[in-house]
Design a protein around this ligand. Structure first.
Ligand SMILES: Nc1ncnc2c1ncn2[C@@H]1O[C@H](COP(=O)(O)OP(=O)(O)OP(=O)(O)O)[C@@H](O)[C@H]1O
Length: 787
């Protein structure tokens, strides 16, 4: 059924064949041949995959946007893939909104992906050429931090990705040693610092890189520039990150030393929508560098590449172990924006991706961590293959969800900007879907199985041609020669042509069934075989039987081929699963170790905090206790000193303690009063003694007349004999002692002996009043009773 608009692929897919070299990893036999361009195009678009030394396998034909043969130069690739057009879309000329652009390479390890993207010692790659075009095209419209210092702050304010923005000057000074070193070209990819023993990650802090003095100048594109918006001002912001083991790591942020493991590590970043970018996911927290010219951007690129994970395998001496993303954000705003209070920047992003290559563990001779990495790489490429296979459907049916791009970070990063921005976020500006170009690289003499697999899922269309199998039927067909003999099978017409998806996406059952005949769904491919030729009228019945037999044989052959391919696919899937399992085991161990270390650290920290808290509490308690006991002892000492004289004998000990506990002030006042009273009594006692001692015996009254002695005058006069003088003096002395004793007793118990009103009065009266009262009593005794 015809669709309302022609299907458009999310990616334009180009194939680039790399020149043959005689390394051990290549088989030597060429299995790819390029079809001549058809009348509609100047450049070839089809290739045929011929299984080497294996006639049982089907011959497959693949269609691409364009095929670059071995002799294609970097400049050819640059021009024909339309990188300049992508750049122009990013610069958004003539006041337009512009378009994000993506350029990626995909292929088997060692097939020339990095060469295409990054170039070599003498040749520039797509990144350098694209940067050259950008800076040349912007020329006077470009702002940089040296000519406009507030630029850094201005870009920071309007960046939606929680990024750390640096001026190139500051960033490069922190990365490179000042003295320019001997030149190392951009292709001289150092061993990954994190993996290298000699150049450890700590070198990032302690040993800075040598600043390259020159970069390759070829191919020369000095004459090339694209349009920009003359009424706007621009800023170029560069960032780099890699996807390693399905996690995103910034390549421009140096690794930091983990407190737990003492190892240098990078912090994985999130790919998420942010507050200022609610409709689109972006990599959050990257370090971004504002570059004012091409040289600065190339130096930033070198710094990032230095941190990218690469290692030597038997397939490639500098094999990329991660998917590398190089992003050039071209920020744009109208020239009037500065006058109106530093209005925010808009702009578009050019992302250039150097994917890690798929590889077979057996061929690459990888083991351990590198094998696990390969498992992750293959897995992510398998998901990418599924997405590429579904891309036509997605654009045709307007159902982006058909592309299962959320299965891994790589496909999320590559595909999530392929679709127009969601309209549900009214505040967000509308964004055009990105323009994307994929350059598939292949070595025609390399690994047949790995290459054919990549071609199957990356090609825009595919035809499978069943091989002719020499058989008894064929012999039978050619043997009986009727008068007008039929042509041999080869002349009957085209063999059956089939096309089907190699990958079976989850939930899809139809893709497992071979589909027969017909043109490929994509209009990009033409049927390559001639239609059925005419036949002799004689022997038609015989011929139709033979044709039916031949078709049956062809069908069975194809089924056999399909099963063989399915087996091959299952085998490689198993290998990938095993590698994945290994990598997951490694990751689990790593995670477990990290969690254990985190737990230990946290536990130790908490323990320290608890210990400190406990010690403080203990100290406070001890101080309180000492203070408390000090007070107790003080009170006790005072009570010991005062109690015999001042404490009423009737007052129970518990009461006293209660007073002590409840109201120390009252108690102290009482104590003081008692002490004063005691002192006063002592003094008065002393005075009394002295008075008594100073009195003449004649003035003293007889003992019987004195009160309080229990013997009245009458009693002493009646009956008993008159005492002698000596007896009288003795009695007087005894009486005086008793009086003194009574006085002491009387004094201490005066409170209880007084009438209630007097008691109340004494309780509320001052010590002075009490003294007066006592004095009065004493005077009374002195005057009336005592003598
Ligand atoms: N078109 C080409 N012309 C000249 N040399 C090439 C070309 N393509 C690749 N090479 C060379 O082949 C070797 C491997 O290429 P490269 O490193 O680009 O492979 P790759 O696909 O990036 O591998 P990996 O996925 O392992 O990183 C390099 O030495 C490179 O210079």
């Amino acid at each position: 059924m015809a669709t309302s608009r022609p299907p458009q692929n999310l990616f334009q897919v180009y194939l680039r064949l790399r020149p043959h070299n005689n390394s051990a990893s290549t088989s030597g036999e060429r299995f790819l041949s390029v079809e001549e361009p058809d009348e509609n195009s100047d450049a070839p678009r089809y290739i045929t995959l011929n299984p080497p030394n294996d006639r049982r396998r089907a011959i497959e034909k693949f269609a691409f946007t364009q095929v670059f043969e071995e002799d294609a130069s970097q400049l050819d690739v640059f021009h024909c893939t339309g990188v300049a057009n992508l750049v122009e879309g990013v610069l958004a000329p003539y006041g337009g909104e512009g378009t994000d652009a993506l350029l990626a390479t995909l292929g088997v390890t060692g097939s020339g992906k990095s060469y295409t993207i990054l170039g070599s010692k003498s040749q520039r790659g797509m990144i350098q050429l694209a940067l050259d075009v950008i800076f040349r095209s912007l020329s006077d419209n470009l702002l940089d931090c040296s000519s406009y210092p507030p630029l850094e702050q201005s870009i920071t304010n309007s960046d939606p990705s929680e990024a750390l923005i640096f001026s190139a000057h500051n960033f490069l000074d922190s990365v490179y040693a000042d003295a320019p070193a001997t030149f190392k070209s951009s292709s001289s990819r150092a061993p990954t610092p994190m993996l290298s023993e000699s150049v450890g990650p700590s070198s990032n802090q302690h040993r800075r890189m040598n600043r390259p003095v020159a970069f390759p100048q070829q191919p020369d594109i000095n004459a090339l520039s694209v349009s920009c918006d003359p009424s706007s001002e621009y800023a170029v912001v560069v960032s780099m990150y890699e996807v390693y083991n399905d996690r995103i790591f910034d390549l421009l942020t140096p690794p930091t030393k983990s407190a737990a493991t003492k190892e240098y590590r990078r912090r994985p970043l999130l790919f998420k929508p942010t507050e200022t970018s609610p409709d689109r996911k972006i990599v959050a927290g990257l370090r971004k560098v504002i570059c004012g010219d091409l040289q600065q951007a190339l130096l930033v690129l070198e710094a990032g590449l230095h941190e990218r994970r690469v290692t030597g395998t038997s397939s490639n001496s500098v094999s990329s172990r991660s998917h590398g993303f190089f992003c050039v954000e071209v920020k744009k705003r109208t020239r009037a924006s500065r006058k109106h209070g530093d209005l925010p920047w808009g702009g578009n992003i050019l992302t250039i991706v150097d994917l890690a290559g798929s590889e077979r563990a057996r061929d690459a001779k990888t083991a351990g961590a590198t094998l696990a990495e390969a498992g992750k790489i293959n897995e992510s490429l398998m998901y990418l293959g599924q997405c590429l296979q579904m891309q036509s459907d997605a654009t045709t049916k307007d159902k982006p969800n058909l592309v299962p791009f959320r299965q891994c970070k790589l496909t999320e990063l590559l595909f999530s900007n392929c679709f127009p921005s969601a309209s549900s976020f009214s505040s967000a500006r509308y964004r055009n879907p990105q323009k994307a170009v994929m350059i598939v690289t292949a070595d025609p003499h390399g690994d047949y199985n790995a290459t054919s697999q990549i071609l199957r899922y990356s090609a825009l269309a595919r035809e499978v041609t069943v091989p002719r199998v020499p058989s008894i039927t064929q012999t039978a067909l050619s043997a009986p020669a009727p008068p007008a003999s039929p042509p041999p099978l080869g002349q009957l017409g085209s063999p059956p042509v089939h096309h089907r998806s190699f990958f079976a996406p989850p939930g899809s059952s139809s893709s497992n069934q071979p589909q027969h005949g017909g043109l490929l769904s994509s209009p990009n491919i033409q049927r390559a075989f001639s239609p059925l030729s005419g036949s002799s009228p004689s022997g038609d019945a015989h011929r139709s039987t033979m044709e039916a037999a031949a078709l049956e044989i062809a069908r069975l052959s194809e089924e056999l081929e399909y099963l063989r391919q399915a087996l091959e696919s299952e085998r490689s899937a198993r290998e990938e699963a095993e590698a994945h399992l290994l990598s997951m085991e490694d990751r689990m161990i790593e995670l477990e170790q990290a969690i254990r270390e985190d737990c230990t650290n946290e536990f130790e920290q908490r323990l320290e905090i608890e210990m400190a808290r406990w010690k403080t509490t203990m100290q406070i308690e001890m101080e309180r206790g000492e203070e408390h006991w000090g007070r107790k002892i003080e009170v006790f000492e005072r009570s010991l000193a005062v109690a015999p004289l001042s404490l009423p004998s009737t007052q129970p000990q518990s009461d006293y303690e209660e007073v002590d506990g409840e109201d120390n002030d009252k108690e102290n006042i009482l104590m003081e009063d008692m002490e004063q009273e005691n002192e006063r009594l002592k003094r008065e006692n002393e005075i009394l003694r002295r008075e008594v001692a100073g009195m003449s015996p004649s003035k003293r009254r007889p003992l019987g007349e004195r009160s309080g002695l229990g013997v009245t005058g009458e009693e002493s006069r009646g009956g008993s004999p008159r005492p002698t003088r000596k007896d009288r003096e003795k009695d007087r002395e005894v009486t005086l002692r008793q009086r003194l004793e009574n006085l002491r007793m009387d004094d201490s118990s005066s409170e209880s002996q007084r009438p209630p009103s007097a008691q109340q009065q004494s309780r509320h009266s001052s010590p002075k009043k009490m003294r007066r009262l006592q004095t009065k009593r004493w005077n009374e005794i002195d005057d009336d009773d005592m003598f």
